[in-house]
Design a protein around this ligand. Structure first.
Ligand code: FES
Length: 167
């Protein structure tokens, strides 16, 4: 007979520890999975959104291009609509953010009859040049942001917003 016999008390202790650990793991795994799920999702960072504006229809006059995309915020997905002011500069496409750098209102092209070749913000009469440069003496203290932009299959595709590189 071996001296390594397991007593009834030890057997119960091992069994309860094993079963308890198994049950705890069964409860914790879904919670851990739920907590890290957004990290495991594939992100489309850097993807371009194809708009329905044909590049051939663009000129050197900025036009408003509306677009929509799905925004994933942790576990919540929503459709967001946005817009950009897009024009041609020679062969190059330029797309500017319509968000005023003062307090975030939406700027419009040629909305002020006294300044028909500038962007105008109706909230506090902020103005920007066509390239997004803020006009000195008006409230905005920086230029309009710029979208990454390219042509795809003849249409305007917009990417991430970045700081203005053309002023
Ligand atoms: S928010 Fe545009 S000028 Fe103030």
């Amino acid at each position: 007979m071996s001296n390594n016999r397991v007593s009834r008390r030890q057997f119960l202790g091992y069994t309860l520890t094993g079963v308890g650990g198994f049950m705890a793991a069964g409860m914790l795994m879904p919670m851990v999975r739920f907590a890290v799920d957004p990290i495991l999702q594939q992100h489309d960072a850097g993807d371009f959104i194809l708009t329905d504006t044909a590049v051939a229809d663009l000129s050197e006059e900025p036009v408003r291009v509306d677009f929509a995309y799905e925004q994933v915020d942790a576990w919540y997905t929503s459709e967001v609509t946005s817009s950009a002011w897009v024009y041609k500069e020679g062969d190059k496409l330029v797309a500017l953010s319509p968000v005023c750098k003062h307090l975030g209102c939406t700027v419009n092209w040629a909305a002020d009859p006294e300044h028909p070749t500038q962007f105008f913000c109706p909230c506090h009469a902020g103005r920007y040049e066509k390239n997004g440069q803020n006009v000195a003496g008006t409230p905005p203290l920086g230029p309009l942001d710029e979208f990454e932009v390219e042509e795809r299959d003849g249409f305007v595709a917009l990417g991430a917003v970045k700081a203005n590189t053309i002023v």
